[in-house]
Design a protein around this ligand. Structure first.
Ligand code: GAL
Length: 334
């Protein structure tokens, strides 16, 4: 049985932010309308994600998209432009001449509406209207994200969206995980033991990685075989790192798989906690914040720059069609 409680999490721009906490026996997940973010996940007494202690800190660190929903387009769009239905659209260029994570005022910076869902399945549902022309994108897009706890200590994240014109869409969640536990206390109180954090084993069911040229896809998908991107057999996340390696910020394309199969799993070697990820999305962005891997973001999504690569799986959402997608993170302990 999930219970949902609500408390004040402080203020952003003078307006109160309510935080909703969904709990079952072993898992508790707090979410909030700013960025429709997952603010905290506690599993069997351990913090599983990077959290900031009060609402007003989130806008200050918005570039990190901590726990947030990212859109309209998660990842980069080269040069901030694409052509759809014969018309060129110019997006805001917020990173090195490219468009990243929906632009300067992407979905992760918005205050979404909603709260405890009224429908039978319960959960917490946030909604957002992204107006025609928002950061350069076509059409009025209505988007929602619903957080639920499902059987077996699973956090289910369900997205739904529709638009009144053809547009492109790539949504993800941007939690930074560590199954060994994350010390979210203020720096002065933190018990530092980086080696603990780096003892993470991972599998990713992906046999190709997106080739990049200065952060932008070249269009080629390379086999992971024999590279640091090969996570097909269980291995330590940090083992891919030599002295020159600046951490992961790469997109891995899943191999064909059944929906009930986890596409990726991470295990804390110190805690015995395992996080399994299930999704209907074709790829994952593995991001380790510039280090070999203590915290990692595991962003299920489409490939970056797909609107400029007709060979990549399509991210076009046709006018009037309903986009639905779900990603689940399941927590277990040995
Ligand atoms: C990742 C992205 C990184 C960085 C990060 C947020 O998804 O690939 O380059 O922008 O989000 O800080």
């Amino acid at each position: 049985m999930t219970t949902i409680t609500r408390n004040s999490f402080g203020k952003i721009s003078g307006r109160e932010i309510l935080r909703y906490t969904l709990s079952d026996d072993a898992l508790s997940v707090s979410v909030m309308p700013y960025g429709a973010s997952v603010q905290r996940i506690v599993y069997r007494g351990r913090d599983m994600i990077l959290s900031l202690p009060e609402a007003e800190l989130y806008p200050k660190f918005s570039a990190g998209c901590i726990g947030a929903v990212v859109g309209r387009y998660a990842g980069r769009i080269a040069d901030g432009r694409f052509t759809l239905d014969g018309r060129e659209y110019r997006l805001s260029r917020n990173q090195g001449g490219n468009h990243l994570h929906g632009g300067r005022h992407g979905f992760h910076t918005k205050r979404w509406s909603g709260g405890i869902a009224e429908d039978a399945d319960g959960g917490v549902k946030f909604t957002l209207l992204s107006p025609d022309g928002d950061e350069g994108y076509p059409g009025n897009l209505r988007v929602s994200v619903t957080y639920r706890l499902t059987d077996g200590d699973c956090l289910a994240i369900a997205y739904e969206a529709s638009c009144d014109r053809d547009t492109v869409l790539n949504l993800t969640n941007h939690c930074y995980f560590n199954p060994n536990g994350v010390d979210n206390s203020p720096p002065a109180l933190r018990r530092h033991d980086e080696s603990d954090n780096r003892d993470i084993e991972m599998t990713i069911f992906a046999d190709r990685v997106v080739e990049l040229d200065r952060e932008i896809p070249t269009g080629r998908l390379l086999p992971v075989e024999g590279t640091a991107f090969d996570f097909r057999a269980l291995r330590r996340l940090a083992d891919g790192a030599d002295a020159s390696f600046r951490g992961y910020d790469h997109t891995l394309l899943f191999s064909p798989h059944a929906p009930e199969q986890p596409v990726a799993s991470a295990r804390g070697m110190k805690s015995g906690v395992r996080i399994d990820c299930f999704t209907d999305q074709p790829a994952v962005q593995l991001f380790t914040m510039g280090n070999p891997g203590s915290l990692f973001a595991f962003e299920t999504q489409h490939l970056p720059d797909s609107p400029n690569h007709p060979d990549f799986p399509s991210t076009v959402l046709k006018a009037g069609e309903v986009f639905r997608s779900e990603t689940r993170y399941r927590f277990t302990q040995e």
